[in-house]
Write a protein that binds this ligand. Structure first.
Ligand code: GRF
Length: 193
């Protein structure tokens, strides 16, 4: 399956998926490109080190979101991308991308959705004082963190946790879960083909 990863920031999930692929733990996946909407994002250094092609531009460079997403589509078409994996891509997906990739685009979110959607899933769960949170992988739809859920795993919040220790456990789980879920999707799609 030909895959594009989208990221806006640090890129640790991007790296976990690429490493799984390069180390032979993620099969039948070709990571064709990274799309990043921010020039200074940490993920650039990771992509360079891992030898992944990067396409980078921001919506500000376009008159409309449609034209921005159309340019993304052009790059995806050039690489015959079949599936999109969002890994810390900090924008809502618009109609232009959804028209082509709905059902073929997944996201990872650091909470047990529908609890704590939005940009600060870990902080919000920690501040709320709940006893568990987790990680959700879901398909993308028109809402913010609302699409059909593929897999969820929970993470306990201990009394002695700080935000930092909780973040560390959640990210470790993300890095383990995302390549595994992607493999399951690839295997299912190969069976259907
Ligand atoms: C992750 O916590 C992910 O769940 C959320 O954004 C964060 C991205 O982290 N969507 P990274 O850039 O992959 O390190």
């Amino acid at each position: 399956m030909r895959i594009a990863l989208f990221a806006s920031g640090n890129g640790s999930n991007f790296e976990a998926i690429v490493q799984a692929n390069q180390q032979g733990r993620l099969h039948h996946a070709k990571i064709c490109l990274l799309f990043c909407d921010r020039k200074n994002a940490g993920v650039h250094e990771r992509a360079k080190r891992l030898g992944i092609k990067v396409v980078c531009f921001s919506p500000k460079e376009f008159p409309s979101k449609e034209e921005y997403e159309q340019m993304i589509l052009n790059h995806l078409a050039e690489e015959s991308v079949e599936f999109i994996v969002l890994a810390g891509y900090m924008r809502m997906i618009g109609e232009t991308l959804l028209d082509v990739y709905e059902g073929k685009m997944i996201n990872i979110h650091p909470s047990l959705l529908p609890a704590f959607p939005g940009l600060h899933g870990i902080d919000d769960a920690f501040a709320a004082g709940v006893s568990e949170t987790g990680v959700t992988i879901h398909y993308i739809d028109r809402g913010m963190d609302t699409g059909p859920i593929i897999r969820q795993e929970s993470v306990p919040i201990y009394k002695h946790d700080t935000l930092a220790t909780l973040e560390e456990r959640i990210h470790a789980l993300e890095h383990q879960m995302y390549p595994q879920v992607l493999q399951t999707i690839i295997d299912q799609r190969e069976d259907l083909a």
